[in-house]
Ligand binder design. Structure first.
Ligand code: PLP
Length: 383
């Protein structure tokens, strides 16, 4: 019998579980499916079902819930990005679907503003597309975009991250939509974490984007799931390039390795349904109280600044922002991250890209862990 003590299933195998104070990050496992999702996944075990049909019906259900034309469940938002680029390049032409990642004879350039280059843009190249930057590190003008679009353009990609202050030096999505559509090209949006406030969930497609992705890891579905939202035309093409198109239509597209199972498909539907119906006030209040529990032991310690992160947009509300004065504490913020990681239990945090501080999120913390994390930081800085 395996006991259900914290992390025992990993410990018994000789692997070391950690406390996730970073938030929803793929390197630690991303998400823990919620009970409603697990129940749907268990129920899905009872029968087999043709996945081409299930993808269609599940996508229709999600599209209806989000008031967008069409949806398609994928192996993560990353796969949605890859399949969308395949759709933009090859469309529904079976010969071209089988030709990718060789893009000879197809538009194969995905345009992206230089200032919007980001971690996941690699997913846009996997199907054979080439990323082409427009604008420069100082910003982008409408002329830059107009000049960049040509017959090789497959789509223009846009990244939204509404939790962060708007970058005044990039084109707005409205500008990109207007210019790109006037040139007869599609717009793709990465909005993986834009699921709250609820009016943002699916908003970019409702604004006119041809495609946007969502990472279902952010809403209590399995970490390995996500979905595409978009026009009927783009979503239909995505399905043809996907693993179910490969097996169901016998047309061998690039999506074959990015497969998901029927349990995950039903888990995603349950996760979207739950997300649209849970009481978000309660969700936010709980996250805030967990965040306050981290902060409590850190007040009044000389050389330590610990403040509430007041952001409630996106998938991980609140959290704690901690910085230290190395002259007083005697070590740096990077040293603090290492000390926490080396502790027992090991606590994983990371230093922000923007500033020498750690941004703790309670997304991956269970009951009692916030207090433990706050106390561990207090102990570490007090030496
Ligand atoms: C997490 C994330 C992705 C990748 O999503 P997966 O579901 O892990 O493939 C893409 N874009 C953004 C902005 C993300 O946060």
């Amino acid at each position: 019998m395996t006991t259900n003590d914290w992390g025992s299933i990993y410990k018994e195998m000789g692997a070391k579980p950690v406390i996730n104070a970073t938030g929803s990050v793929t390197l630690l496992g991303g998400s823990t499916p919620v009970p409603e999702v697990k129940a749907a996944m268990d129920a899905a075990d009872s029968a087999f079902i043709p996945l081409m049909e299930l993808e269609q019906v599940a996508g229709d259900r999600i599209a209806e819930m989000l008031d967008v034309p069409a949806a398609y469940i994928t192996s993560g938002a990353g796969s949605a990005l890859t399949l969308a680029t395949a759709a933009f390049m090859a469309g529904t032409d079976d010969a071209k679907i089988e030709q990718l990642p060789d893009t000879t004879g197809m538009p194969n350039e995905i345009l992206i503003q230089k200032r919007q280059r980001y971690w996941y843009d690699r997913c846009l190249e996997l199907a054979g597309a080439k990323l082409v930057e427009f604008g420069d590190e100082n910003g982008t003008t409408e002329e830059d975009l107009k000049n960049a679009i040509n017959e090789r353009t497959a789509a223009v990609h846009y990244v939204v991250y509404e939790q962060k202050p708007t970058d005044p030096n990039v084109l707005t999505l409205e500008q990109v939509l207007e210019i790109t559509h006037a040139a007869g090209k599609p717009v793709s949006v990465d909005a993986a974490g834009q699921i709250y406030p609820l009016e943002n969930f699916g908003k970019y497609v409702r604004m006119g984007a041809d495609f946007q992705c969502i990472a279902a890891k952010y809403m209590g579905a399995p970490h390995s799931t996500g979905f595409a939202l978009g026009t009927k035309e783009v979503i239909d093409a995505i399905g043809r390039h996907s693993f179910v198109g490969y097996e169901g239509r016998r047309v061998r597209g690039i999506g074959r390795p990015q497969k998901i199972d029927r349990q995950e498909i039903m888990g995603v539907v349950a996760a979207v349904d739950r997300w649209l119906t849970i009481n978000h006030e309660d969700r936010l209040a709980y996250a805030e109280s967990q965040s306050q529990a981290i902060l409590k032991p850190l007040q009044g310690i000389p050389g330590v600044k610990a403040e509430l992160n007041t952001n409630i947009m996106g998938h991980q509300p609140f959290g704690a922002i901690v910085s230290i004065d190395p002259a007083i504490i005697g070590f740096t913020i990077d040293d603090l991250v290492q000390k926490l990681q080396d502790g027992d239990p090991s606590i994983w945090t990371r230093v922000s890209l923007e500033a020498p501080q750690i941004e703790i999120h309670v997304f991956g913390m269970s009951e009692g862990q916030p207090e433990l994390v706050g106390n561990a930081i207090a102990d570490a800085v007090k030496g």
